[in-house]
Design a binder for this molecule. Structure first.
Ligand code: NAG
Ligand code: NAG
Ligand code: NAG
Ligand code: NAG
Ligand code: NAG
Ligand code: NAG
Ligand code: NAG
Length: 510
């Protein structure tokens, strides 16, 4: 055993040492949080109101899924930086004719720049996975657009790349063993070389939500939501011994290792989509307001922390949140229409908790958190914690006594949540005061229900219904949606392949 271990670590050292030349490009630019703007919204703001809204929310970077002329015009003379997109259905036309590409750049870029700060172009979306027949035309389209930018001398200001689904990376965890699906190498390698040559980023759509959903039991919810972890819950890459406390960082590092496998080491990763849905059907029980708020708030903080990834602490990827608005016109599953931070009329779906990140997103006003019971805790442990809170912890447990407002539903989980929250608020929400041997968690959603008002709630007995509100779904008209094919639908993220460890060991032995 000792023998194989030392061989194993020898291999680790080796795999470490081949990863020498760091990724430098872009490291000096401050990372930012941008937001995707999908427009399948029944009551979309006018372009002018949209821009006013973006400014009021201090949103500095946006991505459009097309190059809507009215929005680009409304953005002129603002400081908002915009990534425009070439929809998949225009790839063939652009990729097979330099004239078409030149016309596209004239119409959609030159006509607006520099009054409108177009900073990048995403060409197609997840082409390798959703539109594989267009794969051969993708790089020609990108190069043709690039050549047109060069002709207008805009190629240094405007970067061109193409967003990929996470599923082009196989065996994401441990990141050091991740690699791109080799079937794609004939297209991917020249693409990466183009990105390297033009100092453009590798655009990736990374959804820890789907990783969690497809790997339940392997990937804990806390890691997916960037919740603070005890070291024992961190995922360790056995090759590099790097500790991963969240899924997104592991995905980003998997992309760096995958590029390294193709000898590309100077292209940075830009996360063009990431988010968490706030409502789903019974198959998506983790699509909740609370989880969405937690994910997006923590994601924003993580980017502004500038702590990079375990592999590249010096390099923090910028991220575009998916997405600004709930797109009520999008087809099933239910979650498809509930990725937004705001409803189409600009009312927030939930209030993000991102204090400490400057003025980004003006609606971070409540600054309130509550302490409640985690899911899936056994009731014996819970009862012990409840007894402690109401006893030595001196929580105010009067409301959970029989006949009082928070007695119903009469179960240990409900009572413990109340007691934990009372303790937590009495401690002024001090860090560490919501733990209870690991059975409690902090939430931004007010747990009050009906006449049961939790400590810390701003409701004070007013009969306000839950902030969520029931989304009034406009029925979908099938003809209207889908011509702009975008994103994920059943992305399968191959997370972990235990066999590969054995294969690697075998290779060393032989
Ligand atoms: C487009 O222009 C490039 C560079 O000038 C050239 O190599 C390529 O053959 C042209 N493509 C087409 C389809 O004409
Ligand atoms: C790799 O890509 C090919 C071509 O798109 C696809 O058919 C295949 O299923 C992918 N392999 C895996 C393991 O996802
Ligand atoms: C990467 O570099 C190694 C060592 O120089 C070489 O053996 C390998 O073929 C290269 N791989 C690619 C995809 O270029
Ligand atoms: C959100 O912020 C905007 C601009 O600061 C403000 O007009 C709006 O009332 C806020 N909404 C909520 C719910 O706080
Ligand atoms: C938010 O709450 C924390 C802890 O309760 C407090 O230290 C901080 O000053 C508050 N921030 C704002 C903006 O109210
Ligand atoms: C305990 O909570 C109840 C209900 O909110 C309140 O009326 C009572 O004054 C509290 N008791 C103490 C000691 O704070
Ligand atoms: C509280 O809300 C419920 C449901 O909306 C309503 O039936 C009830 O009359 C309200 N009670 C008070 C005191 O406002």
């Amino acid at each position: 055993m000792a023998d194989s271990n030392s061989l194993f670590y020898l291999f680790l050292l080796f795999s470490f040492s081949i990863f020498t030349s760091g990724v430098e490009a872009g490291a000096k630019d401050a990372p930012y949080v941008g937001i995707n703007i999908g427009t399948d919204v029944s009551d979309l703001l006018s372009p002018e109101d949209l821009v006013t809204f973006l400014q009021s929310q201090k949103i500095s970077h946006i991505r459009l899924y097309d190059s809507n002329a009215d929005i680009l015009k409304a953005l002129s003379h603002t400081k908002i930086r915009v990534m425009i997109s070439v929809p998949n259905n225009q790839l063939i036309a652009i990729g097979s004719s330099n004239t078409t590409a030149a016309t596209w750049v004239q119409r959609n870029v030159v006509a607006f720049y520099p009054q409108t700060l177009i900073t990048s172009i995403s060409v197609g979306d997840e082409v390798f996975t959703t539109n594989p027949s267009s794969a051969p035309i993708l790089l020609p389209a990108i190069e043709s657009l690039y050549n047109s930018l060069v002709a207008s001398n805009l190629h240094n200001d405007i970067k061109i790349s193409t967003p990929h689904a996470a599923s082009i990376i196989l065996d994401t965890f441990p990141p050091s063993q991740a690699f791109f699906n080799q079937t794609l190498t004939p297209f991917l390698l020249p693409l990466l070389q183009f990105l390297s040559r033009t100092k453009a980023p590798l655009m990736m759509n990374f959804y820890p939500y789907y990783v969690f959903m497809q790997n339940k039991g392997v990937v804990p919810l806390d890691n997916s939501l960037f919740r603070p972890l005890t070291p024992s819950k961190e995922m360790v890459d056995p090759n590099t011994l790097l500790h991963y406390s969240n899924v997104l960082d592991a995905m980003i590092d998997a992309a760096y290792f995958s590029m390294k496998n193709l000898n590309v080491s100077d292209v940075v990763v830009l996360v063009t989509e990431s988010g968490w849905p706030s409502i789903g059907d019974s198959k998506e029980p983790y699509a909740t307001i609370d989880n969405a708020d937690t994910y997006n708030s923590n994601l924003i903080r993580h980017v502004f922390d500038r702590s990079g990834t375990p592999l590249h602490p010096e390099l923090t990827s910028s991220v575009y949140i998916y997405e600004l608005f709930n797109e009520d016109l999008r087809a099933n599953p239910v979650s498809e229409a509930h990725w937004g931070l705001f409803y189409g009329n600009s009312t927030p779906v939930y209030l993000l908790h991102v204090s400490g990140t400057g003025t980004f997103l003006g609606n971070d006003t409540t600054n309130q958190t509550y302490c409640v019971v985690m899911d899936d805790v056994d009731s014996k442990t819970l009862q012990a914690a409840l007894d402690w809170a109401c006893g030595p912890g001196r929580a105010n447990c009067s409301e959970i006594q029989p006949g009082e407002n928070c007695y119903q539903p009469n179960n240990v989980k409900n009572h413990a949540s109340y007691a934990f929250d009372s303790y937590y608020q009495k401690q002024d929400r001090a860090s560490g005061s919501c733990d209870f041997n690991g059975v409690a968690m902090i939430t931004t959603t007010d747990p009050s229900q009906g006449s049961c008002i939790f400590p810390g709630s701003k409701r004070f007995g007013t009969n306000k219904t839950s902030e969520v509100g029931t989304a009034t779904n406009t029925p979908m008209t099938s003809g209207e949606v889908g011509h702009l094919r975008r994103r994920r639908k059943k992305p399968t993220v191959q997370w972990y392949n235990p066999v590969i460890l054995l294969v690697l060991l075998a290779r060393i032995w032989l």
